[in-house]
Ligand binder design. Structure first.
Ligand code: CTP
Ligand code: MG
Length: 229
């Protein structure tokens, strides 16, 4: 089965407070996106990857990926103004033979190779899957005035991660419909779920967190230095 990776990397990392795109942030001697893509190389899923990147930085990304992954075909293209837009643009570049689409944030460098394989298997079995971890905190659903509306049963709450993995026809339809309806989600599995289709939750690990804030960057460096990631 032909599987293809889309790695959205077009964000500017505003919450990280850095002057360059987050995907290029240096993490113990390697750019963030190089660390993340290396996990997919280890999983045998790097060939023909699609990387939506900031439109102003395409040559920088191309040079970097050619240097670190020589001989591997990776397509860098201009992403959009939101993550959803960047993924949608990436979907348009998929090969006609691709049956399974893996979507993984450049900002999650510690994804276990096992989780990549498990999400591919779950998408093959169920049509759509997302890696997620059982919530540790009790999650509160608030109203627009910051009053507690309800407290979902913690035993059923999960924190969303990536990869999110889909049969190609399923994720194409989900993005087409979201766009037609003007629906904006923060992930891709929610776009599939709103079509009424099943999305399998695949057990992840906390280490697969999304590097978002300066503290996350410090924590990530510590994990690498201590040999924990
Ligand atoms: N992303 C993207 N295109 C966008 C926005 C985000 O491809 N227009 C990507 C980011 O590069 C990242 C992933 O989506 O790999 C998750 O987004 P996030 O962690 O929010 O990254 P940024 O948008 O860069 O960060 P911030 O929201 O703090 O600016
Ligand atoms: Mg963002």
């Amino acid at each position: 089965v032909k599987t293809q990776l889309i790695m959205p990397a077009a964000g500017m990392g505003l919450r990280l407070g850095s002057s360059r795109p987050k995907a290029l942030a240096e993490l113990c001697g390697l750019p963030l996106i190089v660390r993340t893509l290396t996990r997919f190389r280890e999983a045998g899923q790097l060939e023909d990857a699609i990387v939506p990147a900031p439109a102003s930085q395409l040559p920088q990304f191309e040079k970097l990926l050619a240097k670190h992954f020589p001989g591997v075909s990776i397509q860098v293209l201009a992403g959009g103004s939101s993550r959803q837009e960047s993924v949608r643009i990436g979907l348009e570049a998929l090969g006609a033979q691709t049956e399974i689409v893996l979507i993984h944030d450049a900002a999650r460098p510690f994804v276990p190779v096992d989780a990549i394989h498990a999400s591919i298997q779950a998408a093959a079995d169920h049509g759509a899957a997302t890696v997620a971890v059982p919530a540790i905190d009790t999650i509160l659903l608030g109203d627009t005035n910051a009053f507690l509306e309800s407290t979902p049963d913690r035993a059923r709450t999960w924190a969303c991660q990536t990869p999110q993995t889909f049969q190609a026809a399923v994720i194409r339809e989900a993005h087409t419909r979201a766009r037609a309806d003007g629906f904006k989600g923060t992930d891709d599995a929610s776009l599939v779920r709103r079509l009424g289709k099943p999305v399998k939750l695949v057990m992840g690990v906390r280490l697969n967190f999304k590097l978002t804030t300066p503290e996350d960057l410090a924590y990530a460096r510590m994990l690498i230095q201590e040999g924990l990631a």
